[in-house]
Design a binder for this molecule. Sequence first.
Ligand code: ADP
Ligand code: MG
Length: 716
Amino acid sequence: MSKPNKHESKHESKRGSKRCVEAQCLPILQHKATLTKLVKDNVFLVVTGETGSGKTTQLPQYLFEAGLWKGGIIGITQPRRVAAITVAQRVSQEMHFTLGKEVGYQVRFDDCTSQATVVKYMTDGCLLREILADPGLSQYSVVILDEAHERSLNTDILLGLLKKTLLQADKGSKDGSVRQRVVVMSATLETDKLSTFLGHCPVFTIPGRTFPVTSRFGNAIGPKEVDSSRYVNEVVRVALDVHVSEVAGDILVFLTGQSEIEKACDMLYEKAESIDYRYDVQDQTVEGLLILPLYGSMPTDQQRQIFQAPPSGIRKCVVATNIAATSLTINGIKYIVDSGFVKQLNHNSRVGMDILEVVPISKSEAQQRAGRAGRTSAGKCFRIYSNEFWEKCMLDYTVPEIQRASLTSVVLTLKCLGVHDVIRFPYLDHPEERLLLEALKQLYQFDAIDRRGQVTQLGRLIMEFPLHPGLTRALLKAASYGCEEILLPLAAMLSVENIFIRPGHPEKQKEADKKHRNLAAQSGGMNDFATLLSVFQWCKASDSPSAWCKENWIHWRALKSAFSIETQLREILLRLQQKKDFPVETFTGNKSELFRRCLCTGYFTNVARRSIGKIFSTMDGHGTAVHVHPSSSLFDQEAELDWVIFHDMMVTSRVYLRTVCPIRYDWVKDLLPKLHEVDAYELSNIAREEVNEEELAKLESKEAKRQKEGLDEDTA
Ligand code: ADP
Ligand code: MG
């Protein structure tokens, strides 16, 4: 009986040839000529088709073959970084190119392209940043906005921006020839809306073949329960049940994130061990279970295994996040086990911040998940939630990110691009005005825009960094004191996923907890930001960083990314520091104070003060009652605290502060009034007024003069 090891890797050598055959029977192939011509002839084109029909991997290749690359790069955006990387790898193989040469990818903090790159997969965030440097995207002959149905914030903004620029350029073109094109690809049929938005552009639908999928509700999750351990246990139970009682065919399980997925895989692995294939399993051709996790921050060599066919007799069981719903298609899936939940970044109005939350998926999302079982034959979908849950807890459609997340970075980007009236920007779906106002207000608080809604010098500096504006501001403050050494590593550490390993086993958990507490104590204690900084420095200085991580229960992979991110941030900073108007200040005082004071300049929006006992109250006007999270080194030390700043919050039945450090009221005293100083309407009204360029120039020179004279805006 063969029970493959879960890290086993197979069929490496056969891959190339097999895949090319696969590509030849994808539904898109028959439409190669038509699609190529449509792209050539139109400024805008919408392409739709079932997931797995070959849009993402094939269309760019067709355009390459048609020679479109001669006029510039063929760029394809993806909302998710893993998708950008995986697909680029796949396409470079299909085309027999080395990854990073003709075919490459670029995601935040990881650029795998070169001068030779003509087919470039990237995240939508990367393209948005490129537009800042080159509003016309002059390097590109075609921009493909992929996965538009996901309605990611960045893709939505790109849609609006490209509509604005290209429609204008098209009107201006005399000979009617098309120089630049935009293709919008979507898996769902919301295409009329897209086409109308893009000036009634043509829509091409790739006819798909799908097989029926029967869906069945369970009864483990009803409208009341939303406990992660409950649905993790249940998906494991159902997946094993499918394995023993259903005929051959692979299983795809949907969960919400890395820790759940790892937990489920461990449980599955353990339980699959005890299956007796002679008696327990219905289908006698099934001889083993291959369990594979799939989530965003997973190493890519492990991801590759997901796509390979399992050895004969072995059933593959992939436990994935929502990434497997549309971005990545795994062949051979016949069974879906759906937890009914997804992790989503939502603006939480209770606490006034963006928070990653586990929420029920929408009905359309559930249908999309189920559909993954019917690509090659009839399939089955096992929903662990009840029909009542479906009726009462699940929305019909997923709310686009632009209508639920903070727009701070986006508004700053738009402003830097000269879009002053962010309220009347052409959005595919208009975000709530409240969210736009909040973004304007936050930018004003960070001094990234001034009272007239214009981007300040600081705002332009902030824009240079692919980080949250507050964190960037803290970094720039430290740099102005010449102390970037302390903030650069910290910013890098805050940009990677959780660095602390949390083993599933209770004994090991104790051991890990102890190590983590030691690290915190050695770094001075009572400051989670300082702990992150110290971990970075100690690990970097050790003889064998990977061994050091292992010893201390730290994710080595996360640290490795932090090292690389720090280098990249340093490069950006060095470039900016060479400009002569880079701010310079002096500071007298000790290093710990300097560190925390710099943090205050970026985190004064996240200040809390202890009220009674262990309860803190936020100072942003919401006055939310919050607690220090047990993972913080300040936990159980609350009595000694008065004022704190924090990096983020976690909302369960309580609101918890994670990554916390104590501060003195003095340090934020002058900053806090800024939180309430200006009415967001004031900022937006100015933006709404038609901007008269001449007036603006006059105002700007006045403003400059005023700043030089050091006068207060109000008294001048
Ligand atoms: P669409 O974009 O229309 O959803 P794709 O182009 O992503 O379709 O997928 C087409 C085919 O390519 C699918 O059969 C999928 O399994 C396969 N495929 C995509 N990426 C990989 C990969 N990294 N390894 C192996 N097969 C892949
Ligand atoms: Mg795709």
